[in-house]
Design a binder for this molecule. Structure first.
Ligand SMILES: Nc1ncnc2c1ncn2[C@@H]1O[C@H](COP(=O)(O)OP(=O)(O)OP(=O)(O)O)[C@@H](O)[C@H]1O
Length: 649
């Protein structure tokens, strides 16, 4: 299909937010102009990305032997599921979903599942049976088999994902099996207890019995997990854990273990550093950290288009690797990290399985915990679960629990008690306000009233050299940052009328007077890691006007702020509104969450749970009852072979 036509159709559907439920007759109105256009046009209405539609077309033209139309729809469906992070696709699981998904746009959708075995059998170049020699078949070069069908598991894999899963399971076997056990020396145990007692006495950093438990657990195993709900102090506990571990190691050996801190995003890595501030002031303990906290990509030396710098042949020097926000680490990256660990190194995964999984493949943390938390599992001692919530309380905490339990009717009852209510007077106990989504115009003016940057006093416009001169007006810069820490707008999606792109454009128009221009007081977010300037994807800053132009300011733990001429920052966007994915790991005082109609495919309990639990003081939730009920009925499921492996190993 003509590219601009495809774009125009897509844009129309996004603006109308109707991709999930196209009105009847729309497909007929979108008449194909020439032969062969029907599939791409109809496929757009399933909400599929143009890239997946093209890939399905491509696979059919290259590998199909028969049943081409059915195969197109089946492949598009597999690509869709795969893009949603599934590693394997079980034929059992697709029985109900496949006809439902394709039924909107493909007249013979109900026959797709019934014909599955025929479609597979008649297209041997595309599918093949793994059980006929899995390793032999998979390693044959140049074989034309992008999809594998494992009849023993009754499931489909994309070949690439299957390879990663196999490698990961092998590495996991090494780390978590007999070889992964570490005999803890009595010296280390007594050292940990001694360090704990002296730290309790000093009152230097928050420390509890959990910190000691965590340090003992890490001492005794190559793989351990620290988990707990949002705001239970998972990141905060790390400083205490490391302090105990390093002080005890210092007692029992002359050499301090080398520690590497990392996270899937630059922003999460930065937060780890901030929570270590106190620890890093100790010059002796500081020497254990040869690097600051970094992204996993940076630790592995991954650059686009090149292999990792570190792998099984060239391992990392680190003795202890700590990964924060581990629920967001995808299969490929975790495999890379496990592969680059030296044989004596320990790894600690820190994260919450109920928050959002990786954007890419798998839900590793959730899969590992599912098995390891079973009381009799041989690895059950390698998990520490934190339960006391420090971030929020009251209605926020209560509602988040109802969300993750998936109890729709109970959650709606709870919301009805709060419908249209003004903010409760007792702000410190955590409030929740609920209402239907208003019109876009009304919503914009309501949201705009929360962001009154223009009313803040700013004396910097008289300065010519902001890089030197801003320190004199730091008390005038602080309120801008406080404003954007106080309020955030969250949506599950970038797209659509109530997606973040459209909201940010709308707020730019209302608050800055121009949907596309930059202006004083505008919040911005970095959208790509910039190692040279030490700015990371997800870092938020504020644009301020000086006499020679606009500058973007970012917080800096040491200097207070850093600033750059705005023109030099290419990869950035306005950030009144963020996707819930981008907000994971951050906290704000007040959160506005929009759950628009038409976002059905993107919503889940985890999305709403992650959004609500970003708030410290209050949440305003907009959405229809139907969308919220649907949201609570769906959990992010990532199908993979990992749980099966863990059960049998
Ligand atoms: N032991 C503690 N005592 C008091 N406050 C704490 C304690 N631990 C954490 N906090 C505070 O609670 C808030 C959340 O802590 P932290 O970010 O470590 O939680 P988290 O479990 O990592 O959250 P998330 O899952 O959202 O990343 C922070 O403001 C932190 O300062």
């Amino acid at each position: 299909m003509n590219r601009s036509r495809s774009k125009a159709v897509q844009r129309f559907l996004e603006l109308k937010s109707i991709r999930e439920n196209p009105p009847s007759g729309l497909i007929r109105r979108l008449k194909p102009r020439k032969e062969g256009e029907r599939f791409p046009l109809a496929a757009i209405l399933t909400g599929s990305e143009p890239l997946w539609i093209q890939s399905a077309e491509h696979m059919v033209s290259r590998y199909a032997d028969s049943r081409k139309e059915e195969l197109r729809w089946l492949l598009l469906y597999f690509l869709e599921l795969s893009s949603q992070g599934h590693i394997l696709i079980s034929s059992e699981d697709i029985r109900d979903d496949l006809p439902l998904w394709a039924g909107k746009c493909y007249a013979r959708a109900d026959q797709l599942y019934d014909n599955l075995s025929l479609i597979v059998e008649e297209n041997p170049r595309l599918f093949s049976a793994l059980q006929e020699g899995e390793s032999r078949g998979m390693s044959e070069p140049g074989e034309r088999r992008p999809l594998l069908y494992a009849s023993d598991f009754s499931c489909f894999y994309l070949l690439k994902k299957r390879r990663f899963e196999q490698q990961f399971l092998e590495l996991l076997g090494n780390i978590s099996g007999e070889e992964g056990k570490i005999d803890v020396s009595p010296d280390l145990i007594s050292g940990l207890h001694r360090a704990y007692e002296s730290l309790c006495d000093s009152g230097d950093i928050p420390i509890s019995e959990d910190t000691l438990k965590a340090a003992l657990m890490v001492g005794g195993s190559r793989l351990s997990i620290i988990t707990g709900g949002p705001g239970t102090g998972k990141t905060t506990i790390l400083a205490g854990l490391l302090r105990l571990f390093l002080e005890a190691s210092q007692d029992s050996s002359s050499k301090l273990p080398e520690v590497r801190l990392c996270a899937p995003t630059g922003r999460a890595a930065k937060r780890m550093m901030e929570s270590m501030e106190n620890l890093l002031q100790n010059p002796v303990l500081q020497s254990a950290f040869s690097h600051p906290a970094e992204t996993i990509h940076k630790v592995l030396g991954l650059r686009p288009g090149s292999p990792a710098l570190y792998d099984e042949k060239r391992t990392l020097k680190a003795d202890l690797i700590i990964v924060d926000e581990a629920s967001m680490v995808d299969l490929n990256l975790m495999t890379g990290l496990f592969r680059a660990m030296k044989s004596s190194a320990r790894i600690v995964l820190v994260g919450d399985r109920d928050q959002l999984p990786s954007v890419e493949s798998g839900a590793l943390l959730s899969d590992l915990l599912f098995e390891m938390e079973k009381p009799n599992h041989r690895l059950s001692g390698r998990v520490l679960s934190l339960s006391k919530v420090h971030r929020n309380s009251g209605a926020i905490l209560e509602s988040s629990r109802l969300v993750i339990q998936g109890d729709g009717p109970e959650f709606l009852n709870f919301l009805k008690q709060h419908e249209g209510l003004p903010v409760s007077a007792s702000e410190n106990s955590g409030w929740l306000r609920y209402g239907d989504l208003p019109s876009f115009k009304d919503l914009l003016s309501e949201l705009a009233s929360e962001f009154k940057a223009s009313s803040l006093k700013f004396g910097g416009a008289g300065f010519r050299r902001p890089s030197r001169e801003w320190k004199g007006i730091i008390h005038e810069i602080d309120p801008y940052f406080k404003l954007y820490r106080d309020h955030i707008i969250l949506s599950p999606t970038r797209k659509g009328l109530f997606g973040t792109a459209s909201l940010n454009r709308g707020l730019n128009d209302v608050l800055g007077g121009n949907p596309d221009g930059d202006y004083h007081g505008q919040p911005v977010m970095v959208t790509r890691n910039d190692y040279e300037r030490s700015l990371f994807n997800g870092d938020r800053g504020v644009v301020l006007r000086f006499s020679d132009g606009l500058y973007a300011f970012f917080e800096d733990p040491e200097a207070g702020y850093r600033c750059f001429p705005l023109l030099l920052l290419e990869d950035r966007e306005t950030s009144y509104a963020l996707t819930i994915h981008k907000s994971q790991g951050s906290e704000y005082n007040k959160v506005h969450i929009l759950m628009p109609d038409g976002s059905e495919r993107l919503i889940s309990r985890e999305i709403l749970y992650t959004g609500i639990t970003r708030a410290r003081l209050g949440v305003t939730l907009y959405g229809s009852e139907e969308v919220l009920l649907l949201c609570l009925s769906r959990g992010v499921r990532r199908l993979s072979g990992i749980r099966t492996f863990m059960q049998s190993s």
